[in-house]
Design a protein around this ligand. Structure first.
Ligand SMILES: [Zn+2]
Length: 126
């Protein structure tokens, strides 16, 4: 369940925009060094790095939380540029989403508070 530029993510970061988490945009893997822990921290707290997405959108971006990585809508322009299908969640999560939906449904049915609790770093309707 990663936003990192792995092969399953078409060698792109999948990041979302600050301050509103509206879409997952594809950022070329070379834009950020995934082995640089200091850089990774800048993706998780302000000041946010200004990055250019494949679609041309440029602005402050952040690492999406786990639920956003699974469910946030991918930018259609980025998908077209990469030649992949539009959809929700990072491309690497395509295989995980069905499993996650089953888990979340089971947790809701069991009234597990984790099924409705906000995920750290992820607020509703930012
Ligand atoms: Zn985009």
């Amino acid at each position: 369940m990663t936003s990192f530029p792995v092969a399953a993510n078409h060698d792109h970061w999948w990041l979302t925009t600050e301050p509103r988490w509206k879409r997952l945009h594809a950022v070329p893997g070379i834009a950020l060094d995934a082995s640089d822990e200091d850089m990774l921290e800048t993706l998780c707290e302000p000041p946010w790095p200004v990055l250019a997405a494949v679609c041309g959108w440029t602005g402050e971006m952040t690492m999406p939380g786990v639920l956003s990585r699974l469910s946030l809508q991918r930018c259609g322009h980025c998908c077209r540029k990469l030649g992949i299908k539009p959809g929700n969640g990072t491309p690497a999560n395509e295989a995980h989403r069905e499993t996650m939906a089953i888990v979340m449904t089971a947790m809701r049915e069991a009234q597990d508070p984790r099924a409705s609790a906000p995920v750290a770093g992820e607020e509703q309707d930012r």
